[in-house]
Design a protein around this ligand. Structure first.
Ligand SMILES: Cc1cc2nc3c(=O)[nH]c(=O)nc-3n(C[C@H](O)[C@H](O)[C@H](O)COP(=O)(O)OP(=O)(O)OC[C@H]3O[C@@H](n4cnc5c(N)ncnc54)[C@H](O)[C@@H]3O)c2cc1C
Ligand SMILES: Cc1ncc(C[n+]2csc(CCOP(=O)(O)OP(=O)(O)O)c2C)c(N)n1
Ligand SMILES: [Mg+2]
Length: 576
């Protein structure tokens, strides 16, 4: 008898043809048709994780690293509900992810059946497209719309699929779409380019503020900065694409920013924003002319007042713009900014040391060591919390290394989950998670996934026995810290119990050797490192009155590393 495809078989066919290699998820009754089709047809791999949130974060990491569509799945009700935080992450990071949300039997929908939820409502807010497949005749069209939407709008699509519909006979035989992913070039009109060139050609002190939208346009960006004699500040998601091989780099701005990044933005007469959605309004210059280029028109003016807004892809736009630009002969702004950066960098590096005889392992030092020992093409992930601060400041990018965090959604516990997706898609690369002790514990069940799939992820635990980042925020806000102490287990022994190599260090002089051992170990490894709970202390000169109402900017001053920026910032009176 001829093999007759069911809806799940067709779904697997379409995904395989769309270049998908795997689905992350936790199986369940309502997903039986899908897992069975994967088992029989062997076109996709089923990456079995221990929590569906992990599936969504791992898929998001895959999509971020490969640029292609990644897929996760959860069984009906609680199974797919667990995806939701990870899907928010993917949607907000603008990575193409498809979620398959299994649904209760179609005849039961609307009855309050066992495990019944309404995924179309639940996922509406964290997706661009979210539809129920109630008839085999909708397939593969609905699935293909979901895929096209996730790719074209770069974000999440969800299809809700009742378990029984997945088993029904398909009415179409295969995929309907047979074209490669379109790659249009988007740039401002010629008239707009003339205006843009005029603004830049007549400015003396231009600062470029670039973000993740500069990916793939490194050469053009450098040429632009050279022509305009402009320092380049980057937003955190742009770090991996902008910081390396860049003589114009003056660092980050923002809460974790470098004072050089902050001042280069404050001291310019034209700020040229390219491909950034940096969210903190307080850090934009109040009186400079602001020009913004973004692929998405709806992003223009979202974060600050904008005098000139243009829609374009960074690479195509800069290629069209560069021939229209004259060389700027005013060097002061660039030279001052770069010199300021050099000093800022040095003062940050001075904090990343282990004085001889010291028994304290500073997190700056630990991160510097991770940076030194890690491979040239390592993939790093960092937990929300202080690991994000240390990664932003002490990991060096080089064009091959990658850096992932939950930078926009800001969810704790992301690092190990993203490392899973990173290692699955790049089995031969070193994948290193910088984990908080709070973050690691939050999703600790998925440590088991590392052995389950033989993923040699390296986890470094910044063990400060607290939710240190929020503790700091509490202090900066002038409230007493409460509910932040962690009574921790021995994570190295937990790792051993989970089939990993578990190492513990106690003193600074043991750090390097432990990292080397873990990084060269063939399987998954965890290194537990005690770091001080109060690494970033409040500047001593601040009174409560000064602090009141200055929450965010106080934090910036604190996080500057030394607290020596505080008076400078207070006197500029930029912050309300
Ligand atoms: C604890 C914590 C602290 C943080 N502190 C800081 C901080 O101090 N400083 C900081 O910078 N960040 C910080 N962040 C991260 C911050 O929240 C933002 O996520 C980040 O600043 C955004 O970076 P981005 O603008 O590069 O990326 P995105 O927000 O992803 O923006 C990218 C922009 O580029 C556009 N785009 C995409 N592709 C193209 C293209 N081809 N051409 C043109 N445009 C394109 C997009 O439409 C979008 O507008 C922190 C995060 C956490 C969790
Ligand atoms: C899911 C979630 N819950 C709570 C928060 C608020 N939050 C931000 S950072 C943080 C502390 C993280 O602690 P840990 O992982 O130990 O890192 P540390 O800052 O101590 O280095 C908390 C609770 C959050 N961002 N996400
Ligand atoms: Mg902690």
């Amino acid at each position: 008898m001829m093999f007759r495809k069911n809806v799940a078989d067709l779904l697997v066919d379409v995904l395989a043809q769309a270049g998908v290699h795997r689905i992350y998820g936790v199986s369940g009754d309502s997903l039986n048709a899908l897992t069975e089709s994967i088992r029989v047809t062997k076109q996709l791999e089923w990456i079995h994780v221990r929590h569906e949130e992990t599936a969504a974060f791992a898929a998001g990491a895959e999509a971020h690293l490969t640029g292609g569509l990644a897929v996760c799945a959860g069984s009906c009700g609680p199974g797919n509900l667990h995806l939701i935080n990870g899907l928010y992450e993917c949607q907000r990071s603008r990575v193409p992810v498809l979620a398959i949300a299994a649904q209760v039997p179609s005849a039961e929908i609307g009855s309050g059946y066992f495990q019944e939820t309404h995924p179309e409502h639940l996922f509406a807010q964290c997706s661009h497209y979210c539809e129920l497949v109630s008839q085999p005749e909708q397939m593969p069209r609905v699935l293909e719309i979901a895929i096209q939407t996730a790719r074209a709008r770069r974000g999440v699509s969800v299809i809700a699929l009742p378990g029984d519909v997945a088993f029904r006979a398909a009415t179409e035989s295969g995929p309907r779409l047979h074209f490669p992913d379109p790659t249009p070039q988007v740039r401002p009109s010629d008239e707009e380019l003339e205006i843009l060139a005029e603004v830049l050609n007549t400015a003396e002190r231009v600062t470029i503020f670039g973000g993740a939208g500069c990916a793939g346009a490194h050469a053009e960006l450098i040429e632009l900065a050279d022509r305009l004699r402009a320092p380049i500040v980057h937003a955190l998601r742009g770090k991996e694409f902008i910081e390396y091989d860049n003589p114009f780099d003056v660092g980050l701005t923002g809460l974790l920013g470098f004072s050089s990044g902050y001042h280069a933005m404050m001291n310019c007469d034209v700020l040229l924003m390219i491909g950034t959605d940096f969210p903190y309004r307080q850090f934009f210059p109040p009186s400079a002319k602001i020009v913004q280029i973004d692929l998405r028109g709806e992003q223009l003016g979202r974060r600050t007042k904008v005098d000139f807004g243009f829609v374009g892809d960074t690479k195509s736009t800069l290629q069209a713009l560069l021939p229209r630009l004259h060389a700027n002969h005013a060097y002061h702004h660039l030279n001052n900014s770069v010199e300021h950066y050099r000093k800022t960098r040095k003062s940050l590096d001075d904090l990343a040391v282990a004085p001889s005889g010291s028994t304290v392992i500073h997190p700056q030092y630990l991160t510097r060591m991770i940076n030194e020992v890690a491979a040239d093409d390592a993939i790093f992930t960092c937990d929300v919390g202080t690991p994000t601060v240390w990664a932003a400041r002490y990991l060096t990018m080089n064009g091959k290394r990658r850096l992932l965090g939950s930078f926009t959604h800001g969810s704790m516990a992301n690092a190990v989950l993203q490392a899973i997706g990173g290692q699955v898609t790049h089995p031969d690369r070193q994948v290193i998670a910088l984990s908080g002790d709070g973050g690691l514990a939050m999703m600790m069940g998925d440590l088991l996934t590392l052995r389950q799939h033989e993923l040699p992820v390296k986890i470094i635990v910044f063990k400060n026995d607290s939710l240190a980042f929020v503790e700091l925020e509490m202090k900066a806000a002038g409230v007493l810290d409460h509910g932040t102490r962690l009574r921790n287990p021995d994570f190295a022994r937990i790792a051993e119990g989970a089939g990993m190599l578990g190492l513990s260090v106690e003193r600074p002089d043991q750090v390097k050797a432990a990292l080397e051992e873990a990084f060269s170990y063939r399987g998954p490894a965890l290194v537990q490192v005690p770091v001080p709970r109060q690494e970033l202390s409040m500047p001593p000169t601040i009174t409560y009155e000064q602090a009141k109402g200055f929450g965010l900017f106080m934090l910036k001053a604190v996080l500057n590393g030394r607290g020596d920026e505080i008076e400078d910032l207070a006197s500029t009176n930029l912050f309300r």
